[in-house]
Design a protein around this ligand. Sequence first.
Ligand code: GLN
Length: 250
Amino acid sequence: MNPADGATHEASKGTIRVLQLYPRDMNIYGDWGNALVIRQRLLWHGYTPELLEYNVGDDFPDDVDIILGGGGQDSGQTVIQDDLLARGDQLRGMAEDGTPMLVICGLYQLFGKFFRTKAGPVIPGIGVLDIETVGTDERLIGNVTLTSPEFGEILGYENHSGQTTLGPAVEPLGTVSKGAGNNSKDGHEGARHRNVVASYLHGSLLPKNPAIADFLIRTAVERKYGPFVPGNPDDDFARLAREHAARRPR
Ligand code: GLN
């Protein structure tokens, strides 16, 4: 193992398979960084990460422990829509079964019921989340701070035309104190259902919010191996990034 990873050289506690959904078409404003954070924190916690990718037309890998999905332009969402719909039953099944997932912006929207784009066409979603999204003329752009009951203060960056309304089967991820979040009206950001965390926030999200990364890792480990014994992550950079992000204007 590469000493630069900062991992100890003790035997691995096990392998965790992390799947990025559609990184070719859905990966903007640094969303790829979420996978890098999960990989590094798995190493710090003593596990062996396996990073996998699923793009349109690929075979879907077996035995996936964590799913990550990023944001994309409306055009990218259109490119993946048929393939995603074909995977809908499988992804809904995995979500209901408790697989930890993080979906950002464009895939957050398509994990919902539908996204009616500003240009008119409706992109159907796979209904993992009880949410609906409608594109508007008002683009919600800028830095965001929110408070979540589970994860404390969450920091990130949003840029979307779609405005999302939550239904009764999901909880908001948190309440914004800076920025918009799901829409320009209700002050909520993101959604929670089972072990799915959904958010509009890029940046990427996980480098500044390691509590969410560790939730995904802990949940994956508990489902696969039993009790999670954390390692010793180096959070210095995360702390600096949080301090910096918190000082930034909207
Ligand atoms: N295309 C979607 C929108 O504008 C999602 C954008 C994104 O992923 N940042 O609402």
